[in-house]
Design a protein around this ligand. Sequence first.
Ligand SMILES: Nc1ncnc2c1ncn2[C@@H]1O[C@H](COP(=O)(O)OP(=O)(O)OP(=O)(O)O)[C@@H](O)[C@H]1O
Ligand SMILES: [Mg+2]
Length: 247
Amino acid sequence: MTKVLVVANRKGGTAKTTTVVNLAYALSEKGAKVLVIDLDNQGHIEQGFTAQPDLLSALSQPAWMSEFEEFKGVLAYSDRIHLALAHTDSAFDESAYTLDRFSQLFDNAGDAGHYDIILVDTPPTLGPRLLSALAGAHRIVIPAEPTPLASDGVNKLLNACMKAIRNKHFRASGIDILPVMVDGKLRIHRQTLGLWQEKFGAGRILPAIRRNVKLAEAFAVHQPVSEYAPLSAGAKDYRSLCDCLFS
Ligand SMILES: Nc1ncnc2c1ncn2[C@@H]1O[C@H](COP(=O)(O)OP(=O)(O)OP(=O)(O)O)[C@@H](O)[C@H]1O
Ligand SMILES: [Mg+2]
């Protein structure tokens, strides 16, 4: 069965989209077939991948998305990376969302496209859309910069997810924390990472992604970092993360 990994943090600007884009690319380099689903109507997944905008003319509408107004179609970025792109022109009425809204969609998409992994990018708000995405995840990754202010948000989201898993509202079997934008020279980062290991358990902390300007530059030119700067620290770190998550 296709594995569904949801990247989430209710705080904005914590490298959720950067993680989805670059993890998808690292997975494809290992031979996996990946579907990226954008559930954030900022539409940043499209921006992260569309160095060649003419690709967008080839959007398809697979049957599994026909009832979901969130998406404008699926784009084949390559044989191994497909993108379910979000509509960006409107805010959706999420009041009728049920917790199981996306579980069946993820499973149907996985079966129809024979994907090995589905990676889901989510909005920075703990609303019905994020909760429905989390409910459909097999694994949840929370990216966060290791600072005291971020710790509180990570703690609350982790606890909420663990409670929902215990109560069988979510189907995930694992929740991991991904330290991002890490600068080993900063004492506050080192201290916070130490605290996270004590509080959340070292086994829950994924290998860190260092602060690396190539990641921001790659996003600005709409490319995964491994295409833009294959030897950069950012490219190496996302490859190591991929090996750790999918060994
Ligand atoms: N490790 C890193 N080093 C340097 N810059 C980074 C790193 N990771 C992400 N960035 C930059 O930080 C900014 C925020 O990243 P990103 O858009 O991935 O966050 P996000 O959590 O998806 O934001 P939002 O909540 O708005 O969706 C971007 O400009 C991105 O290029
Ligand atoms: Mg984003």
